[in-house]
Design a protein around this ligand. Sequence first.
Ligand code: ATP
Length: 881
Amino acid sequence: MYENKTIEEVCRQFECNGRTGLTQEEAGIRLEHYGKNMLREAKKKTLAQRFAEQLCDSLIFVLFAAAGISIMLHEYSDAVIILAVVAMNAVVGVIQEGKAEKALESLRKMTKLEAVVIRGGREMTVPAEELVLGDLVVLDAGRQVPADLRLVQGANLKIEESALTGESVPVSKSSTFVAASEVQVGDRKNMAFMTSYVTNGRGCGIVTATGMATEIGRIAALIHEAPEEETPLQKRLSDLGKVLSLTAVFLCALLFVLAVVQKRDVMEMLITAISLAVAAVPEGLPAVVTIVLALSVTRMVKAGTIVRRLPSVETLGAVSVVCSDKTGTLTKNEMTVTACYLDGRIREAPAIEYGKTGNRLLTCFCLCNDATEETGDPTEISLIRLAGTGGIRKEREEREKPRYAELSFDSDRKMMTTLNREGKSYVSYTKGAPDEVLKRCTSIMKDGKVQPLEGRDRKKIQEAIETMSGRALRVLAGAMAEGVTKPTEKNLVFLGMAGMIDPPRDEAKAAVEAFKRASVRTVMITGDHVDTAFAIARQLGIAEEKGQCISGAELERMDDGELKKRIRNAAVFARVSPDHKVRIVRALKSDGNITAMTGDGVNDAPSLKSADIGIAMGKTGTDVARQASDMILTDDNFATIERAIEEGRGIYENIKKSVIFLLSSNFGEIATMFAAIAAGIPSPLKSSHILWINLITDSLPALALGVDKNDGSLLMKKPPRKPGESLFAGGGWFYTVFYGLLIAAISLAAFFRVPWEVVTGRGVEFSLTAVSAVLREEAVLCRAQTYAFTVLGLSELFHAVGMRNVEVSIFRSGLFTNPLMAVAFAAGLCLQFAVTEIPFLVDAFRTAVLSPGEWGFLLLLAAVPLLAHEVIALVKTITKR
Ligand code: ATP
């Protein structure tokens, strides 16, 4: 409907001004009255729903069945224990999930959209949520439209509306258009709709609808957030979980058959079989991975990176090539003009004699410019400052020679052009990459006079470009065309050039070096000149010789096969346009690399999407780039990528440790049970014991391993892990089986110690039959089971401490460097102590109360895995030497 109205009508209806916007006060009142500009979010789950979700798990059903069987057998305490453990596990699960969600929620808040509005005549940035009807919103290339707008101004404005119309080709918009009748959304050329993207040009518009009243809000079904993806690791772990569950079922069936053959109590064996199944399934795994990833995401925010997709944290650790923009990421983006090329000569700033040509050049740089002396693109700011030193002020020039039309800058053309009125006629001014501008020039200004541009002049200009670029200067040329009525980029008059220095970031060099040590390649990708790019790349240690540079033009000439070959040695891509970046990423990926790629512009979205990790710039990046990225650098700093990769590697290590810990512990439990039952003696652990260890004492150490602090310098000395590498690579299976067997061995040893004492005490010869016989006595079995239970529970605590670094002594990695591990150890010890000392727990778990002497013995036995760890560490150190 607003598409049928003129700008004046819309302004009148919303009681606003099409030039100065609303007043800040009025905006505040309207916000209060109409509410926030927000799309309805998916409903939050209630606490009850969360619990229900935790309980809806096949494993939990098995446990319920076990509880039911226990009740049938009048084993009420067992049933209570099983149910209590299930409940505790659900509580822990809900807490963990809540924590993970909170972390992700706060991330979402950080990436909330901002909008540029004009209020009270002043341009300002506000959260998009605070836009109100009648607000005047500014749009420019790369920005997401923050509400439905009736355009009041627009220059080459093009908007991509695929979210609404399904049409991915950007639509040209026009503020002067007024639709005569009702038209489809795609044809409302004077409107811009919430969540669409500006791909070209600039403009502004009045907010006509916010929140759920917008076009996108009406198709509310679309808005539900994309479901959380499982990360590759989570997928692999759930696959592993399935395999283990199947194995467990098979083992249990086998055991059950065995028991029937051995003529044991069928019901009791059923419960034992079920508890064994519970022992075999690593139920803690998925939860540990989720919480560990979520916690690391929170940590990464502090280090300057916002992770938008959880799987990226994992992928980060495998990155083997980092492709980075130059300007602003590897350099400071603090531009200062240090030299100019005028009238056939390079002149050094600040003492430049401008003369007539120079004054024209400065006028060109001021008029063909969207910055102010303080705000805007640093390249443009430096040109305004340069003009200032030559006595030419931007405001005055713009007042005298107002802009009538423009062709805005884009990274493909690498130039921009404006049409300004001078007296009675118009002049078109162009500034941009000198090689590109020069191609479009046919004349040149010398001492204020326009002359034909000859081969000699071109050669001289080319030489000057090379000299200036070789000094790491970014060079921009200025040109003009007189007697035109439209902005033009043809038959231009060459005016001159300015060369500006943009110093490399101090931290970037160290980061490049760190990457080298970590076998991660750095590749610079820039729109700048080859020589400028190479000069900076050499300063940063990215490239050593010119042969490592490939220009956009060369790239065009190569086919994919050749590119794939050349890319192995390439370190710099210069004068490339955004679509080249996609080819570069593809070539790197097809060569087996995991590629991270930075980007900030509208046209960078495809390359950010095709990279394994797309990294958008938080400060200078556009909304489009941010939406397409996996990760955002809040400080635009290259060195931050290094920290992110280190974090990614650390996370992978930690998850690996957690997984191996949990699996070896489960394996230990199964081996203990299986060995005893196969040998025909009573089961060394009650089902409640296994549940207790698995779901209670094991969880904390596993989590502590998940958040372990790794030695960053050590992590960054290794090459990146290979994509698709198994979690068990590098000895993982060995450690799982070895520690599992060791834990089983000591648990069984503890178990046998009781009947052994009884048998030898009675003067009977020690044999399996004798042991079986005394174990039939209730008190003996109870004590023996308590021994096995205690040693199993405690040994896993000791085992966890060693797992922090399987190859290094705990004294070298530090006893208290992981505070959570210390807490987990102490808590586990207390819990284990409680089950054998606190009367009602003793009754429930049917344990025996232990004497201090017994405790000492069991503690020593339980410490064996840690002792084994120290021996392995010692051997590793000696063999390394
Ligand atoms: P990077 O890709 O590393 O950020 P870049 O900033 O040079 O490098 P682009 O922004 O694509 O990349 O710019 C490409 C070229 O266009 C620049 O080298 C410069 O010559 C020219 N250029 C940059 N900004 C402007 C501008 N505001 N007006 C005119 N020309 C520009």
